[in-house]
Write a protein that binds this ligand. Sequence first.
Ligand SMILES: Cc1cc2nc3c(=O)[nH]c(=O)nc-3n(C[C@H](O)[C@H](O)[C@H](O)COP(=O)(O)OP(=O)(O)OC[C@H]3O[C@@H](n4cnc5c(N)ncnc54)[C@H](O)[C@@H]3O)c2cc1C
Length: 616
Amino acid sequence: MPRARGFHALCFSFLCFIRVVLAIAPRDLSNFQGLYSCPVGASIARVSSVSQVQKVVKNAKKVKAIGVGHSWWRENFCASSSSLSSNEGEETTIPLGGARGMRYVGEINEREKTVKVGCGITIRDLLDSLEKKGYVLPTFPWYIDQTLCGAIATGSHGSSLKFGSLSSEKMLLEMEVVLANGELKRLTRDKDPELFSAFSVSVGRLGVIVSVTVRVEENSRTERHVKVMSAEELIEELDRAGKEFAENNFTVMESLMNRLDTTQSLWFLTRGSSKNAAWRATHVTRPKVAPVPGSPFYEAERKYWEKKRDAFVAANETPESAAQRSLGRFQERRWVRELDRNTDGSEISTPNVQTYSNIRFDRQPRRIERRGEIPSLGLAATSEMVAYLLERDWLPGPDFSKRDALVSQRFEMSYNAPDANMYDQYEVAVPLEKAAECAREVYKESGKIFESTGDTVARSGFRVPILLRFVSSEPENLLSLSYDGPKVYFNFEDYLKYRSPSASEPNAAFCLVSKVFHSSKCSHGRNHWGKTKDYKTLQSVAQPLHEQFKSNWCSFGCVAKQLDPDRKFESLFQKGWTWDDSALECGCKSSSSSSSKFTYDHVKCGEWCGGGSFAE
Ligand SMILES: Cc1cc2nc3c(=O)[nH]c(=O)nc-3n(C[C@H](O)[C@H](O)[C@H](O)COP(=O)(O)OP(=O)(O)OC[C@H]3O[C@@H](n4cnc5c(N)ncnc54)[C@H](O)[C@@H]3O)c2cc1C
C-alpha cells in the first residue's frame, strides 16, 4: 500500500524534524541573558521523569545537568569536550528547571522539619509552596529564580552564620543522584559521608541530582533592622567581627553569630565616604503572638517603628537619590508594562514559576542587540537608581514573615533585568578574619580611581552596590568555599562590559577592584562556582583550585575517578577538572581507614594530585 507507506514516511520525516528542532536546539543553551552559549550541535534532552534522566545519562558520551542557566560560566554548564563544535548527539545537556514530573514538593515532615523536593523546582516556587503551609527555608539567596538543585550544586547561599549555604549539613540532608552508569543512588550524610561531602557542592561534575531533602522551619514573625552607615563604619564592623573571631581561637561565638546571622550589607562604593554609603539589614525572630492592635504596647511599638523608618528614609535622602526617583519610576513602569505584555498579568506578585521557567527557555537567547534600548543600569548614576529600586526591600519593620523579611529579588526585576541590562556578576568568598583588610584595600583602590578620573567610580566602572553576606564554616563539604572557615562573600557586577562598542573592551576600573578581591589582600578571594570567571585576573593573581582546596581537591578527584571513570560529566572546563592519574592511584586507595575509598592520602602521596587551572 504505497499511500500508507508514503504517509508513514511523511510521519517519520516530521518526527525527525521535530527531534532536530527540539532535541538539537543549541540556541537554547545559553545563560539566562542569552550569553555564554554552548557550542553549536549540543543536544538537549527534555526529560520528565527520573527514569528518563537515567536513560539519557547512560547513553550519552558527555552529559551535564543544568537548572535554568542562571549562572555565568559556560565552561561549566556545557556538556561538551570542545568549545568549537560539539559531536552531535553524543553531548547532551539535561535542563531540569521546570521539567514536568520533577518539580514536586513532598509532604513536610513536621517533626523533623524537612521536605523532599524534585530538582525541577525553582527556589521561588518552593518558597511559595512552603509559605502556604506556614514554612520557609531557614536561609535562601537574594536571587530565587534559579533551581534549588542548581543552587545547591554551586554552593549558593544567602547570609547565615547559623545555617550556612544551601549545601551545608544543616540545610541539605539527603540527595538522590543519577550516576554515570545510569544508576539511581540515594545519599545520606550518615550512610555515605564521603560521597555526600563531594556531591553537596559538585557543580554537575559527578552526576545529576534529581531530588533533595532540605531543612525547613516555621515562617515566623520577624523584625528587620536596617542601619545606614558610612563605608568606614562598615569596615570597622568587619574589623571588629574578624578580631572577635580570631581572639576566640577562630570560633564564631554565640554573640557574634547572633549579631551577624542573616546580616546583609549593600556597599555603595560610588558614594565614597558619605554617611549613607552602606546599608546593613539584620533580622530577629519574634514571638508568635502579635500584640493586640489598639493596646498601649501595640501603639508604643508602632510609634517606635515609624520613627525608625522615618530616620532611615531621611538618612538616605541625597540630591542624587531624589533626582533618581523619577528615572527609577520610569524604569519600573516600563518593567511592569513589559511583564503585562509577556504574561496574562494574573500572577505578577506571586508568579507561577513553572510558567516562568518555560518562558525562560522558550525565549532564549535574549537578544543582545537590545542592550541599551531601555534606560538601563548602564547609566552613570545607576548606583542611585538601584538604591531607589531596592529601598523598599530594605525598609525596617516589626512584622514581616521570615519569607518577606529576608531580602530577595522581586519577580519583575528578575524577569526584566536581562532584557534591560546585560551584565556579569562576580562573587568572591573572603575569610572572615581578612574581610576588613580586604574591604579597606578595595576602598583605597576605588578612591584612586576617583582621584585619577576626577569623577565618581560610577562613571568609571561601578554601577551597583557591592553586596556582603556571611556564610558559616562547612568542613563537611569538600568544595564549599567555606570548607576551612566562615567567609564574607562580596558580590560585585560589571554593567559596562556589554555596553562598550566592541562588547569586550575591558572596564578598567572594574578590573582594578576585581584584582584586589582576588589578591593576597583578600586572601585570594575564592570564586563562587556559579558566577563569572575573570580569567585574566584569575590567571595573574588567583590561586589555582588545587591550592585553594588542598587535599579536598584530591579527594573530590577520587570520587570523580571512581564514579565517572569515562569522564562523562566533564565539561568545557576540562583543564580545571583534571587530576593526575598516578597521584590518584596512589592516594585514593591508601587511606588508613579501610572503609574509606575516597579520602586522598596526602601524607603518603603528597599534596599535589593534578592542577585545577583557570588557563583558557
Ligand atoms: C541574577 C542572579 C543572582 C544570583 N544571586 C545569587 C545569590 O544571591 N547567592 C548565591 O549564592 N548565588 C546567586 N546566584 C548564582 C546562582 O545561584 C547559581 O549560579 C545557580 O547555580 C544557578 O542555578 P541554575 O538552576 O540556573 O543552574 P545552572 O546555571 O543551570 O547550572 C549551574 C551549575 O550547576 C550544575 N547543576 C545544575 N543543576 C544540577 C543538578 N540537578 N544536578 C547536578 N548538577 C546541576 C550545572 O551543571 C552547572 O555546573 C545568582 C545568579 C543570578 C543569575
